[in-house]
Design a protein around this ligand. Structure first.
Ligand code: AMP
Ligand code: ZN
Length: 494
């Protein structure tokens, strides 16, 4: 008997707008696809929140006993600026700017992405396919859509014909938009070059001579449109219809709407049973975003080297902070909220240590079985982590009263509490318990750095530049950068 047979999970399906009982296509197995990052810059904390939300979902599904195939792609080709069908390729632009090969840009930021997610203790997906590794599959889908009459070729580019598709299908059903309204709102705005209609989107774009990332195709040299890769990779690894498709709320339209249209045009079937959308992380009330610069990077958070927060915060504290909000709610990042999370996190970790040493009695004063079920009820209710965390703090309260010997717990209940706390705190929420060691290490590091900065300042005052340069250079080689400012010297870890 697996846990999923007794714990009935409900999820909010963006396609219907309803909370529905989760029933996978094949009992015991779950196929889940999540749109991955476009690797042309470092991931910011907003991106991390979305991937963390789906990591928590992946973890809970596994905890329930499902065998999950979790596919999360790497977008390493073809996204144009502003996610439009015209403009410059983001990766190629960065490559030009930094004088790198596009694939060097891709490699650099893929490594950063993996390292960052590892710090936040995200599990690796089962498959992490790249868009450039699936050009052939994308071309095959375009051929099929052309054959079915839902696309047209113009001057070496192929566009999806939204108007024709909408005659027999419902374009806009995920985002709740109507094609007629979209057409009415945009008709005047653009002299759309090759498209029959401004709402049509590119499946394949002809590459101009200066375009670097390009592949041969039946329509000439070009590159795939940005919605197509997810259709190609999800179909290849999860089938024409699969259980869960996730991503940030901002991808609902046009990206996911177009994915649905492509798959339906190609296979005649709706590709996904449950669409889950994670909500945004905001800073100063505005969406964190690469393009506006309203963001904070994880490394700046861990080192404290930023203008927004008063101190550094450890990855597990940040993870705890994020999971204190429901994944479908907007969450605003602030110093106060993080400081409160840090305290809460520490209290939880302390209780986890205390519980191991509690004395046992013949009976318990608290109904620990129904407490355990309340933890499951919270997660079964569309992965409600804030309610789960409230339940965990109910346990913390009980544990502290047991410690003061104000109440009793039986041996059997004690092991139930220890197991349940471990399952939810470490396996499901993915928190880690090394915070104390980290804090102590941080203090030691800060002491050593302050000593080195003093020695360097003295050397500079004595014009002993050999010593001061040696300190700076050797620290740089260790990945520690000294920053001289008007208020003195600070350091940051790269
Ligand atoms: P991108 O690399 O821009 O395609 O973004 C990768 C993922 O991060 C997508 O699922 C986005 O929806 C998500 N994302 C972008 N900005 C935010 C934000 N401020 N908060 C939460 N998720 C975000
Ligand atoms: Zn996608």
């Amino acid at each position: 008997m697996q846990l999923y047979q007794e714990q009935k999970l409900k999820v909010t399906n963006s396609l219907t707008g309803k909370k529905e009982e989760f029933k996978p296509i094949k009992e015991g197995y779950v196929g889940m696809y999540v749109c991955g990052p476009t690797v042309y810059s470092n991931v910011h904390l907003g991106n991390c929140r979305t991937f963390m939300s789906f990591d928590m979902i992946f973890r809970y599904l596994k905890h329930l006993g499902y065998k999950v195939r979790y596919v999360r792609n790497i977008t390493d080709a073809g996204h144009l600026e502003n996610d439009a069908d015209d403009g410059e390729d983001k990766i190629a632009k960065k490559a030009k700017l930094e004088q790198l090969e596009p694939m060097e840009v891709v490699q650099r930021y893929t490594v950063d992405f993996h390292e960052t997610l590892q710090k936040f203790n995200l599990l690796a997906p089962s498959i992490e396919p790249t868009a450039t590794g699936h050009i052939i599959e994308q071309i095959e889908i375009i051929k099929e859509i052309l054959k079915k009459g839902y696309a047209y070729e113009v001057n070496g580019s192929v566009y999806f014909d939204v108007v024709t598709f909408n005659k027999s299908n419902d374009y806009g059903k995920l985002s709740g938009r109507k094609l007629e309204d979209m057409i009415a709102n945009t008709r005047e705005l653009t002299a759309q070059n090759d498209k029959k209609n401004p709402q049509d989107f590119a499946l394949w774009k002809k590459a101009e001579p200066q375009h670097i990332m390009r592949w041969p195709s039946p329509w000439g040299d070009g590159f795939p449109g940005w919605h197509l890769e997810c259709t190609a990779m999800s179909t290849k690894y999860l089938g024409e219809t699969f259980d869960i498709h996730g991503g940030g709320m901002d991808l609902k339209f046009p990206h996911h709407e177009c994915e649905i249209a492509q798959a339906e045009a190609c296979n005649g079937e709706s590709p996904v049973n449950y669409w889950l959308h994670a909500n945004m992380l905001t800073l100063n009330g505005k969406k964190m975003s690469k393009s506006t610069g309203n963001n904070i990077y994880p490394s700046e958070m861990f080192s404290g080297d930023n203008h927004i927060l008063s101190k550094p915060f450890a990855p597990s504290v940040v993870r705890f902070f994020m999971l204190q909000a429901h994944y479908t709610s907007i969450l605003d990042l602030s110093d106060e909220a993080l400081i409160a999370s840090e305290k809460g996190y520490q209290k939880l970790m302390d209780a986890l240590k205390i519980v191991e040493d509690l004395p046992v009695s013949t009976t318990s004063d608290f109904d620990w079985s129904s407490w355990k079920q309340s933890c499951y009820d919270a997660m079964n209710d569309d992965f409600n982590t804030p309610v789960l965390i409230a339940q965990l703090f109910e346990a913390v309260k009980q544990i502290n009263s047991l410690k003061e010997e104000k109440s009793k717990i039986s041996e059997e209940d004690k092991s139930l509490v220890v197991d349940t706390l471990h399952n939810f705190v470490f396996d499901v929420l993915g928190l880690q318990a090394q915070q104390n060691a980290n804090n102590a290490q941080t203090e030691t590091l800060e002491g050593i750095m302050s000593l080195l900065i003093d020695i360097r300042n003295n050397a500079r005052a004595n014009k002993d530049f050999a010593t001061s340069d040696k300190i700076r250079d050797e620290l740089t080689a260790l990945g520690i950068q000294l920053n001289d400012g008007k208020d003195g010297t600070s350091f940051s870890i790269k």
